[in-house]
Ligand binder design. Structure first.
Ligand SMILES: [Ca+2]
Length: 225
């Protein structure tokens, strides 16, 4: 996010997935605030009732396999705070989302066409929401959901639901909206995120985030080490 001002975030990939700050194209109470970015330019601060809406046009952000990647900074995870979401079904699920769970831990999930929410492992709040920037990424290769924090895979714990062993298709047939959002779940309820977000990207394959982060650390040693 390089804009630093205004009401639009632009899709640098050229796919036209631009986002609108807040509830209207003008200045409104749901606009996040522009702040200095982590690596480059600017970032956005969400104060607990802010969001960016990305209309379901452009490339629709609905790939079969995917990576969702961002830099985030916050001081408290909170319960059910949506950082990045694609689509919404009632007050239940998105097609995929980076969010915090009941315990305030960071997770990634995809909702499959069998109605199963395929959850990643969970990153405890103290390791993510500690006032520092962290790279977070969720991937799905058609079978397995993974969450990475600062390039490290967050494994499933013994208490996590056992994910389906076989492949599954992401359900993009949303009952409430197919819009994507930053900082909110935009279904029949709002589930807001409090914190900062920068450099959001969605890729149509499950990237090897551990290797990506290692390469990034060589390019930008100071902020990342
Ligand atoms: Ca606005």
């Amino acid at each position: 996010m390089y804009e630093g001002s205004g009401q639009t975030i632009h899709d640098l990939s050229g796919k036209g997935n631009n986002g609108v700050l807040g509830s209207t194209a003008g200045v409104d109470a749901n606009d996040p605030t522009w702040i200095k970015g982590f690596l480059f330019g600017s970032a956005l601060r969400f104060d607990g009732n802010d969001f960016v809406r990305i209309p379901a046009s452009g490339s629709t952000l609905a790939p079969k396999d995917l990576t969702v990647s961002a830099w985030i900074r916050g001081t408290a995870g909170g319960q059910y705070n949506y950082i990045i979401s694609k689509g919404a079904n009632g007050c239940q699920t998105s097609s995929y989302a980076l969010y915090t769970d009941y315990w305030g831990a960071l997770r990634f999930y995809v909702q499959d066409t069998d109605g199963v929410t395929r959850l990643s492992g969970s990153a405890v709040p103290a390791g993510v929401f500690n006032g520092k920037w962290h790279h977070v990424a969720g991937t799905y290769d058609g079978t397995t959901v993974k969450l990475f924090v600062d390039g490290k895979l967050i494994p499933l714990s013994a208490t996590d639901p056992v994910p389906p062993a076989g492949p599954g298709s992401i359900d993009y047939n949303n009952s409430t909206t197919s819009n994507a959002a930053l900082g909110d779940f935009m279904g029949t309820c709002d589930l807001f995120y409090t914190g900062d977000i920068d450099e959001v990207a969605v890729f149509k394959e499950a990237l090897p985030i551990d290797r990506y982060y290692a390469a990034l650390s060589l390019l930008f040693p100071k902020p990342l080490r």
